[in-house]
Design a protein around this ligand. Sequence first.
Ligand code: ATP
Ligand code: MG
Length: 351
Amino acid sequence: MKARIVTLPGDGVGPEVTAAAVAVLQAVATHYEHAFSFDEHLAGGAAIDATGEPLTAATLTACQAADAVLLGAVGGPKWSDPNAKVRPEQGLLALRAGLGVYANLRPLTVHPALAALSPLKDEKLKDVDVLFVRELTGGAYFGAKTKGADYATDECKYTEAEIERVTRRAFELARGRRRHVTSVDKANVLETSRLWRRTVTRVAADYPDVTLEHQLVDSMAMLLLTRPGSYDVVVTENLFGDILTDEAAALAGSLGLLPSASIGEGRTGLYEPIHGSAPDIAGKGIANPIGTILSAALLLRHSLQLEAEAQAVEAAVDHVLQHGPRSRDIGGSASTAEVRDAVLAALEEHA
Ligand code: ATP
Ligand code: MG
């Protein structure tokens, strides 16, 4: 098949990890006889330096016309003055809104070979296989903001339609997994959460084959640590999802390993590792590219519907995590390029 992929390498280690993932996608294209084209654009701080804006209209248009967007990371100390007029992160919010990607998917598994890196004990880690579905374009991050001399407000608003569409995504994804959805809210306190719970409960009636459970966000924060193996799909609103998915990332051992996908009604999905631009190691060639390579696997699965190819990439990564080489963040000493080459070799051998 033909596919157009826009790459936004961004800042810090972004360009290093994006290049490694593109090499993997190119290998997939060759092996499975697909024609993928790659179109690179500036985003974040790199775009501010070149154009004054973190995401130009031309870049957004190119992203909207693509089948998928692969993003490295944006931001860094150079652009982090809180009083700056433009910030790299604004480009990311504009990109998510412009693509209409309202569901952020973050799979969490813990590779057995990396169990020692996790703060959880072995018996808790067994069977951890969770897919977080975080609402990405509503809630407090997008509501009206006000500030006075001695007060500030962030409006948290959700409509039924916004809740319903992300809930349907979660239930559909659960059908391809273990058919269990946990919806997380704060319905004992927040009006938006009561609407959330009512809407999720109504939508669940259309999926009688999937079990629904509700949890309050404060107890969920604890349950993720005490019984992470009991969850399949977890769906929640923007702010709660941001916090819970960072907690989940800590369970996996390293930020460098985890991928994410952001999808909406349109065909263009946005794929990026969950880590940031890691300015402390940028330019050294030592960043772990696995989170971005696994994001490329999600791109193959969710935007291009290439399930076998996605699984081949995931199997190649599994092989490398098992046998090495490993980058520094997961206890090895390999460079970004060495990890990339090992994934390419495993892909060649097993695909
Ligand atoms: P952001 O605000 O953009 O989310 P952050 O403050 O969460 O960023 P990161 O940039 O993700 O932070 O980095 C946090 C720590 O994890 C840093 O020490 C960084 O070097 C390390 N780290 C992040 N990504 C990787 C990676 N791919 N490989 C190795 N180490 C990484
Ligand atoms: Mg962060």
